[in-house]
Structures are given as C-alpha cells and as structure tokens.
Design a protein around this ligand. Structure first.
Ligand SMILES: [Zn+2]
Length: 110
C-alpha cells in the first residue's frame, strides 16, 4: 500500500501534543489519489499502540474543481479529464482537490 506522508505528519504532530483528542477530522481533496479506505487503513496501522489508539477519525472529501485558463469556466474534472467542457481548451488551473490537512480536533466525545 502506498504511504501517505501527510497523514504520518498529522499523526506525528498530534502525538507531540500533551492532550490527545477524542476525534480528529481531516479534509482530503479528490485529486490526492488516496481513497477513504486507504486513509483509514493507514490511520489504524499508524495509531496502533500509540496514545491515539482510542481516537476516532473523520474524513471530509473535497471535490475537485478546475478553472479553464482561456474562458475561465469552472468545472469538475471527471476521470482526471482536463479539457474545458465549454471551449475544449486543455489549460486549466486546479482550484480545489489537492487538499490534505487537519481540519479540526475534538478533545472529548460529546
Ligand atoms: Zn474554457
């Protein structure tokens, strides 16, 4: 299974804190090429036998969005397709979908 460096970095960061959260929410862009299942499975491996073993993980997927550099149309790239649905131009800027960050943590279960 491919390693997810940013997930390890988040876990290292959490383990350095004095308080360990009850739940962790992360945001993951659609273009990061990791599935929710892969992230969960890697999370369980990494937190096993650590202070985070009881912490629940919540994943929020962020849909990809691109903007055409010719006509400025914003669109969702389906199947990693990068041509503009309006003008057919292939030059596009990625606006969203490459995120992978710690969204929020909760100290205690409510
Ligand atoms: Zn266009």
């Amino acid at each position: 299974m491919p390693k997810i460096p940013r997930l390890s970095a988040i876990i290292d960061h959490l383990l350095r804190q004095t308080k360990h959260p009850a739940s962790v929410h992360i945001a993951v862009g659609e273009l990061t090429s990791f599935t929710e299942e892969q992230i969960r499975s890697q999370w369980s491996t990494l937190i096993n036998d650590t202070a985070l073993a009881q912490t629940s993980l919540f994943i929020r997927m962020i849909p990809a969005e691109q903007q055409c550099m010719v006509c400025f149309q914003k669109y969702h790239p389906s199947n990693k397709e990068t041509s503009c649905p309006r003008c057919g131009s292939v030059g596009a800027k990625i606006i969203a979908g490459e995120e992978f960050y710690l969204d929020s943590i909760k100290e205690e279960n409510e």
